[in-house]
Ligand binder design. Structure first.
Ligand SMILES: Cc1ncc(COP(=O)(O)O)c(C=O)c1O
Length: 406
């Protein structure tokens, strides 16, 4: 940090030069919050969300009643899914749906892949993937008598193509990782890893929870088979908003997901005997579309469309660069370690700072209106949501952390 121009730390200069600065005023104000540094866990609500929910209850639900299902609600898993696909995933229409929770959709897609590869006996995953992914895969392995091939990943970095190449083989049915690691923010080389898995005849399922709405994705171009992700993080869908799931178009006919509900059936209103999956992406659905749950998402997707994912990524990198500069100037000399990649092409939208005893600082930080995320052991995640976060917030938040360390 010694060769850094001191004015480079001035947050006002960064905010003045930020082309997305005005988006921040379009989120619900939180007067007691000095620095919201947890946008990678729960995005803030756009102000328009409250009005849209109120209007939906009064007009759409209130007056259209059950007729609403014929006026767009029924199609929403696909229409909202396509919108996420176009704005955030690099996915052509007809491959993305919104449904379930990430955990449930992850289970459905992972289980479908092992059914599609019946003569293979192994699943490749890594030791530092988000717990729900690991637990679900452990459950599927137990259910189907499969062997898990664990890749040991560095919690301060993440999965590499070389590590994947070393474990995949003729027995690999499924390979699954997070694109952006929940702990370190490491961006995996999804294109290279997908190609390595394909060379071995395996399918790949990516968890995009920490990527979608923050890091541009090109699922179609990368040949990705399957993906899932949360919508309540950078996509600002609200607490517990439903997940999105992607399946490559040409793979769809061979995908049999295990929760055979009526919504995923061909011609569901025929109420016919026996399950026959819908030919397209709706075969990933199981039950009634979560129309109310998708509503906030439609508002925040409008903001993303207006800003554009490339501008979001550009600001995201500026924010994380700035957080790292402040960390180097103030926190590293106080015993803090940066446990995230420094290189732009490997760094997602959050950075993790590590120091023994950080757990004890969470309450005093919250008391000062500074809200980061804590991940055991000893990691403070600084999650910077580009549309709602200012450089002044990053400055204030890390200054509070510095003062507490003193
Ligand atoms: C990478 C990742 N996958 C999955 C989940 C959780 O999924 P769910 O919405 O089912 O709780 C999270 C939650 O933080 C996550 O970070």
């Amino acid at each position: 940090m010694t060769d850094l121009d001191p004015t480079a730390l001035d947050p006002a200069a960064h905010d003045a030069a930020d082309p997305l600065a005005s988006f921040r005023d379009r989120f619900v104000p939180a007067p007691d919050v000095v620095a919201y540094l947890d946008g990678n866990s729960l995005g803030r609500p756009p102000a328009l969300t409250a009005e849209r929910i109120e209007r939906f209850v009064r007009e759409d639900w209130g007056t259209r009643l059950i007729r609403g299902w014929d006026e767009g609600w029924w199609e929403q898993p696909g229409t909202v899914g396509d919108r996420i696909g176009a704005l955030a995933l690099g996915a052509a229409p007809g491959q993305t749906v919104v449904a379930d929770s990430t955990t449930v959709l992850f289970y459905k897609l992972a289980r479908a892949t092992v059914t599609a590869r019946p003569d293979r006996s192994e699943i490749v995953l890594d030791t530092d993937n988000f717990p729900t992914d690991r637990y679900v895969i452990e459950g599927i392995a137990a259910e189907r008598g499969l062997t898990l091939r664990w890749v040991e990943t560095d919690p301060a970095a993440g999965i590499t193509p070389e590590q994947v190449a070393a474990v995949v083989g003729p027995e690999t049915a499924l390979v699954t990782f997070s694109h952006v690691a929940y702990r370190s923010g490491w961006i995996a080389d999804a294109e290279a890893i997908t190609a390595i898995a394909h060379d071995a005849g395996a399918l790949v399922l990516w968890d995009l929870s920490h990527s979608a709405g923050s890091v541009p994705l090109r699922l179609d171009d990368w040949g990705v088979d399957l993906a899932v992700g949360c919508t309540y993080k950078y996509l600002c869908g609200g607490p517990g908003s439903p997940a999105f799931g992607y399946a490559r178009r040409d793979l769809l006919p061979s995908l049999e997901q295990p929760i055979q509900g009526w919504t995923g059936r061909r011609d569901p209103f025929a109420m016919a005997a026996g399950y026959e999956p819908e030919p397209g992406v709706r075969r990933l659905l199981s039950g009634t579309p979560p129309v109310l749950g998708m509503l906030p998402l439609t508002v925040s997707l409008d903001l993303l469309a207006e800003a554009g994912i490339d501008a979001v990524r550009e600001k995201s990198l500026r924010l994380t660069d700035y957080a790292l500069d402040l960390a180097d100037a103030w926190l590293v000399p106080r015993g803090v370690t940066v446990a995230s990649p420094r290189e732009h092409d490997r760094r997602g939208g959050h950075v993790t700072l590590v120091r023994p005893g950080f757990a004890d600082l969470l309450t005093p930080l919250w008391e000062r209106g500074v809200i980061p995320d804590y991940r055991a052991p000893d990691g403070l995640r600084i999650g910077l949501s580009p549309l709602s976060t200012s450089f002044a917030e990053v400055y204030a938040g890390l200054a509070a952390l510095r003062d507490l360390l003193d």
